[in-house]
Write a protein that binds this ligand. Structure first.
Ligand SMILES: Cc1cc2nc3c(=O)[nH]c(=O)nc-3n(C[C@H](O)[C@H](O)[C@H](O)COP(=O)(O)OP(=O)(O)OC[C@H]3O[C@@H](n4cnc5c(N)ncnc54)[C@H](O)[C@@H]3O)c2cc1C
Ligand SMILES: C[S@@+](CC[C@H](N)C(=O)[O-])C[C@H]1O[C@@H](n2cnc3c(N)ncnc32)[C@H](O)[C@@H]1O
Length: 676
């Protein structure tokens, strides 16, 4: 997906106080009131609240978030309904969201005002992303897609129960009502999905019908004669959905088994608990977060890349999600850390002018990232910095052990922790359950759904070879913190990194060594880390290498430097585990989303050197894959982190090679060399 800068809406008011968008020349809602319109057109028009009753989850997709009145009215109706569904998912697409100040200052119906205050407090930076905002202990999830509706609709991975069609009037905003958009909606419509809009314009009704929706007129309100309500009832077999091949299991009734108690496993337990799913977590050590996740501190920040490609987008999405969850860990669970900003000092020689040109061209907002001069960076850090830097105001540092603990605490009574229990094997029980085995081959637990979150050791359990995973040793160093004047107030990253003093210790690092299994702390590695520190803080002198403490652990990364998150593809499973597993999905998966999977078997690994920043988003993606709830990430990024991506790439490469071979055999295509 190509991104574009997000420009904030200009919100003005008509003489009667109705908010309007001067750039589009239209009102945000009917004059008789936003709440009235939301209740009559969008809720009643979609048969709500009655239709969500008795459901585990109900999924709504809105075109045009605008000022959020429909979302707030829906949340209010859900909150006040004693028979509400367990989880409400509201996806909304908006190309011109209001800025935080405008949103907070909007006059609201008194019934909506308290919820509006919570929405304003959670409002994200205006970046092209699917922002996941969570309310009501996670039971209400708002997925806000900032960007154009035609770019976003094909990227939504969800089964939608009700559509709220709320662009500006078709005559003024025809792009929001194009026939191809209704077709894109049809591809993500759940069986029996409904749609409603205040518009009765002919092109809208024709477009809905052509996409398989039965349209009827219903009575309008507030002086409007009619509205359109529609039911998805295609007279044709819908094209295959763009959703990942589903391998849903009976997760409601039994705990999901999670292997590994590092950040990946603990975050997964939390994300499942948010959706009401219990888990049993098995960790071979006596404590959680004692291996890769056991450092005293680590960094959280995004990435800027001039093309805003997949890495940049994934890292931005992850950093925004991490910001929210780390802030909760620090604020509510007493975890060490500070999300008060981070400086990434430019180490590739880019000039401040180039850096500013990049942020301007990408339209990245200042509350996500700012290019700052070395003087500005020095002012922010409180120490001399000799190069320009990227300042991430929402970045920071956190103790990963504490972050893991906070995930477990937030999973509360929905987690059963088994510490000091190593899982030595994995086997199918002959039916649809997975067995976790001890070292003697005896079953320790069984379930239909298992998550392997045990870093590199997952490959042993999967009996898999050939996964493109690299293991790199990392040693961090710590010195007794000297005079404060020479130490940074903010974490600094660059060629290496250094944290502000924590418990009178200055942590910095880190080495990165392939093919190195040495667990001992090495003096030469301390020296290497001191060199890195010297490049970040040239004025810091006099640290004696022999006085340093340190810690060694190992990072597991994929070759493409993205995590591996999702259902295990059959092709990646060892031969011992494959027999008896049915094939659902394409046997020739050019795209990861169509790869056949091992039912109920999921993996969350290869968090590399960014596991602190990636764990929350990765866990949410995994939980949505398990429960079938809307994915909090766009489809092309889901492909980018899908465990099936490596097999799909090989398949495509083989296809391309075969194509070249065919061409050589057939000679030039007729007419291909016209000049000859
Ligand atoms: C030196 C260094 C610096 C880093 N700095 C940063 C940073 O600044 N920012 C950042 O975002 N990330 C950073 N990281 C990366 C981050 O720490 C890791 O990506 C993350 O901790 C990995 O989490 P994990 O849960 O996948 O693995 P782990 O934390 O290793 O957890 C896996 C767990 O599984 C358990 N286990 C394994 N096999 C079994 C089994 N068979 N049965 C039961 N339990 C089992 C292990 O005991 C372990 O506890 C750094 C990493 C290193 C090494
Ligand atoms: C009528 S308002 C929506 C009101 C909103 N549902 C509410 O409850 O406050 C229409 C919205 O559609 C948005 N919009 C218009 N064209 C768009 C496009 N191409 N992609 C995404 N959003 C668009 C506008 O910016 C505007 O906020």
């Amino acid at each position: 997906m190509r991104t574009a800068p997000i420009v904030a809406a200009r919100v003005a008011y008509d003489t009667d106080g109705t908010p309007l968008a001067p750039d589009d020349g239209d009102l945000y809602h009917a004059r008789h009131g936003a709440l009235e319109q939301a209740r009559h057109v969008f809720l009643a028009g979609n048969g709500l609240p009655a239709r969500w009753r008795g459901h585990e989850r109900f999924v709504i997709l809105e075109t045009g978030f605008g000022l959020g009145n429909n979302f707030l009215a829906t949340w209010l109706a859900w909150r006040d309904d004693a028979q509400r569904c367990a989880n409400l998912h509201f996806i909304s697409i908006e190309s011109r969201p209001p800025c935080a100040e405008d949103l907070a200052a909007l006059p609201r119906d008194p019934a909506l005002a308290p919820l509006a205050t919570q929405l304003a407090a959670a409002w994200p930076p205006l970046t092209w992303n699917l922002h996941r905002l969570s309310f009501g202990s996670g039971r209400v999830q708002l997925l806000l897609a900032f960007g154009d509706v035609s770019a976003w609709l094909p990227q939504i991975d969800a089964a939608v129960d009700a559509f709220f069609l709320d662009g500006f009037a078709p005559a003024k905003n025809p792009h929001m009502w194009e026939a191809r958009l209704f077709k894109a909606m049809a591809r993500i419509a759940a069986p029996q999905a409904s749609a409603a809009t205040w518009s009765v314009a002919r092109p809208v009704r024709d477009g809905l019908r052509a996409a398989g929706f039965d349209c009827t007129r219903a009575a309008g309100s507030g002086g409007k004669r009619h509205i359109t309500i529609a039911r998805f009832a295609p007279g044709f077999a819908p094209r295959s959905t763009p959703r990942r091949t589903r391998v849903r299991s009976r997760v409601r009734d039994e705990p999901v088994l999670i292997i590994g108690g590092g950040l990946a496993g603990c975050a997964t337990a939390w994300a499942l608990a948010e959706q009401g799913i219990a888990s049993s977590l098995f960790e071979r050590s006596a404590t959680i977060a004692s291996a890769g996740s056991g450092n005293a501190a680590g960094l959280v920040h995004g990435v800027v890349h001039r093309d805003d490609g997949r890495h940049a987008r994934f890292n931005r999405a992850a950093a925004l999600e991490a910001h929210r969850q780390v802030a909760i860990a620090i604020g509510r669970h007493g975890v060490g850390g500070a999300m008060a900003g981070l400086l990434r000092v430019e180490s590739q020689g880019a000039s401040i002018a180039n850096m500013r040109a990049t942020t301007a061209r990408l339209g990245l907002p200042a509350d996500y990232v700012r290019a700052v001069t070395s003087e500005e960076a020095s002012g922010l850090a409180g120490v001399d910095i000799e190069a320009p830097a990227w300042f991430y105001p929402g970045g920071g540092w956190v103790d990963p052990r504490g972050l893991a603990r906070s995930f477990i605490e937030r999973a509360a009574d929905r987690i059963d922790l088994h510490l000091g229990v190593a899982i030595a094997g994995l086997r199918r029980d002959g039916g649809d359950r997975w067995l976790l085995l001890d070292a003697t081959g005896q079953p320790l637990a069984s379930a239909t759904t298992v998550v392997l979150a045990n870093a590199g050791a997952a490959l042993d359990l999967l009996d898999a070879s050939g996964w493109p995973i690299e293991r790199r040793r990392g040693q961090v160093s710590a010195a007794a913190a000297g005079p404060r004047a020479t130490l940074p107030r903010l974490p600094l990253a660059g060629a290496g990194y250094v944290l502000p003093p924590i418990d009178e210790q200055l942590w910095f690092g880190a080495t990165s060594q392939a093919d190195d299994d040495d667990v001992a702390i090495r003096r030469e590695d301390h020296r290497e880390n001191l060199d890195r520190l010297g490049r970040l803080l040239p004025n810091l002198r006099g640290i004696d290498c022999d006085s340093l403490r340190g810690r060694v652990s190992f990072r597991y990364s994929s070759v493409d430097r993205l995590p591996i998150v999702g259902a295990v593809p059959l092709s990646a499973l060892g031969a011992r585990l494959r027999p008896g597993l049915g094939i659902a999905g394409s046997p020739r998966p050019e795209q990861p989303r169509f790869a056949p999977r091992a039912p109920g078997l999921f993996v969350f690994m290869a968090l590399g050197s960014r596991g602190i920043a990636w764990s929350a988003l990765g866990a949410q993606v995994l939980a949505s894959a398990i429960t079938g709830s809307p994915a909090p990430l766009e489809a092309d990024l889901l492909d980018a982190i899908d465990p099936a991506r490596f097999a799909s790439r090989s398949f495509r490469r083989a296809g391309a090679a075969a194509g070249r071979q065919d061409q050589r055999l057939e000679g030039p295509i007729a007419g291909g060399s016209a000049g000859a």
